[in-house]
Ligand binder design. Structure first.
Ligand SMILES: Cc1cc2nc3c(=O)[nH]c(=O)nc-3n(C[C@H](O)[C@H](O)[C@H](O)COP(=O)(O)OP(=O)(O)OC[C@H]3O[C@@H](n4cnc5c(N)ncnc54)[C@H](O)[C@@H]3O)c2cc1C
Length: 513
């Protein structure tokens, strides 16, 4: 996977069948679906793959217990089906996880017990494992640090967990394996039109500043919270389609929630749910949901979000985490589909929407990571009508993603699946870069050579998860990462200095002290 070769292929291709703008879950799902059907497919991403919302999720592959409580049965059932497919198609990245709902009231156990039985039934034959009622002592065995005062019992149910940016990298590689092309650091700057109809995109290679004019039969706008900016490139009067909502997460050490199961708090003070989820030997606490006006690729958790998460977790955990315990804090923006007259963003639908403009620009947004595959199939079904492409049915339901493997590997190799041996074959597989998380020099080299990582942030934030696992520690190892990238990619010392300065700025946004 050499970026220069990909760029060359882009220059040499006269007309693409499908051009996808945006390299997050939605764009990657669409591009993989198109390439799997045999269409000539190109995906362009402004910055890095999953730089936006798709690296900032709670990392759950779920039907959405909250939507079940809201009575949105079809959304839940559909997401549970996709959850099962994701587990089958990427078992190296998606694992079944137990969630415990502790109950402090007599009615909570039967109430949530029945609810989770419904959840099991809705998952049908793709259910991961059966839910069950837990006694007080069983809750304590599973969640050793849960508050005991007033605890009556609990309910155990199952969802799945994944590594979001690693899934994005896996989809990029799957796309390339299928003959498609994906390029990062290549923003779309305008849309090409012929006789009033969309006929391609104008883009820029940020590394060389080369301007590119790329022709395509169909152009799909999958830019998350940025879809409205691209819609305006098509029609300056286009109505806004997205209502962005921010969610924040805090990462704390495993001692706050040891064990293998997640904590699910079913009703927070603002009527949502909050999770404590074990992830790569740390715990993710989150999330929040509040509408925001200004959208950015680096949204920051707000003070009130941080306080809310710490306060809510502290109500359930024997030792309440404080700001000093936070290893990293991150936020993401949900691209929720706008609804006229809706109240708060937490009531907006989590379903996806597709709009086709008069000139044929196809925009897809909303949904969630869990439903990325179905969203991809749905939008390509529409694209083949718009672009008059030869009709081929989607077959991603059974498409095994790159690295597919049922083998269980120790950290940090699990996320590579069947590619793990290729990573281990790189120089430095036995050189640990930190004592705070599992990361070897070989992974950095592999990211540069085979995963299109271009800078220190790509490596520490999305090819590996060092930034999220411990932001301060990731900053300490950044110079070594930069030195390896310099060796692998031939960067000048000016480039290295600029990358380190930029990483420092970004990293500071993830640290609370
Ligand atoms: C706090 C939070 C928690 C979540 N947790 C979960 C969860 O646990 N499970 C789950 O299933 N879902 C979860 N979600 C939802 C899920 O993360 C999102 O639905 C999904 O990541 C959205 O992906 P996207 O591709 O639409 O947007 P993005 O990931 O934002 O991708 C859009 C991309 O388009 C690029 N772009 C923008 N403009 C241009 C341009 N002009 N040219 C080229 N590229 C451009 C951006 O750089 C960006 O990378 C969560 C969301 C949030 C906010």
């Amino acid at each position: 996977m050499n970026r220069a070769e990909l760029l060359q292929k882009i220059r040499q291709t006269q007309t693409w069948d499908v051009i996808v703008i945006g390299g997050g879950a939605t764009g990657l799902g669409a591009a993989v679906d198109a390439a799997q059907r045999g269409y000539k497919t190109l995906l362009l991403e402004s910055y890095d793959f999953a730089k936006g919302t798709s690296s900032r999720a709670t990392k759950l592959v779920h039907g959405g217990v909250r939507y079940l409580a809201q009575g949105n049965i079809s959304l839940v059932q559909h997401a549970l089906h996709e959850r099962g497919l994701m587990r089958q198609n990427a078992p190296h990245l998606v694992r079944t996880l137990g969630f415990v709902i502790p109950s402090y009231s007599w009615w909570g156990v039967p109430f949530y017990g029945i609810g989770m039985k419904v959840y099991d039934v809705l998952a049908g034959k793709l259910n991961l494992a059966t839910s069950k009622i837990l006694s007080k002592s069983e809750v304590k065995t599973k969640l050793a640090t849960v508050k005991e005062d007033g605890l009556v019992g609990g309910v155990l149910y199952h969802d799945a967990q994944f590594d979001d940016s690693r899934l994005a990298v896996t989809l990029v590689r799957t796309l390339l394996d299928l003959g498609g092309v994906a390029l990062n650091y290549a923003p779309v700057t305008g849309l090409l039109k012929t006789n009033g109809k969309i006929s391609g995109v104008a883009a820029k290679d940020l590394e060389t500043s080369e301007a590119l004019e790329l022709h395509g039969k169909v152009v799909i706008n999958a830019t998350g919270v940025f879809v409205d900016a691209v819609r305006t490139m098509d029609d300056s009067t286009a109505a806004k389609m997205v209502s962005p909502s921010q969610g924040a997460h805090l990462i704390v050490d495993k001692e706050f929630l040891p064990g293998n199961d997640a904590l699910m708090i079913p009703k927070t003070d603002d009527g949502r749910v909050l999770f404590g989820v074990p992830w790569h030997d740390k715990v993710i606490l989150g999330t929040t949901d509040g509408s925001v006006e200004n959208i950015s690729l680096e949204p920051r958790p707000l003070d009130n979000e941080i306080d809310f998460i710490l306060h809510t977790a502290g109500q359930y955990l024997a030792k309440a985490p404080t700001r000093d315990d936070v290893r990293a804090a991150y936020a993401g923006l949900r691209p929720l589909v706008k609804a006229e007259g809706a109240g708060s963003t937490k009531t907006l639908s989590r379903d996806h929407a597709i709009r086709i403009s008069a000139s044929g620009l196809i925009t897809i947004t909303g949904g969630k990571w869990t439903t990325y595959r179905h969203m991809g199939a749905d939008v390509i079904n529409r694209a083949l009508e718009v672009g008059q492409l030869p009709a081929v049915a989607s077959s991603t339901e059974t498409l095994k993603l790159r690295g597919h493997s049922l083998e269980q590997l120790p950290e940090p190799w699990q996320v590579y699946g069947s590619d793990a041996n290729a990573v281990k074959a790189m120089q430095g597989a036995d050189v640990a870069m930190s004592t705070k998380f599992a990361l070897t020099e070989a992974q950095v080299r592999y990211a540069a050579k085979h995963e299109l990582a271009r800078n220190v942030e790509d490596v520490l934030s999305r090819r590996t998860r060092a930034l999220l696992l411990d932001a301060a520690e990731s900053l300490k190892i950044a110079p070594r990462v930069a030195a390896i990238l310099q060796e692998e990619l031939g960067y000048s010392s000016d480039v290295v200095t600029a990358q380190l300065e930029s990483y420092k700025q970004i990293c500071q946004g993830y640290m609370l002290k």
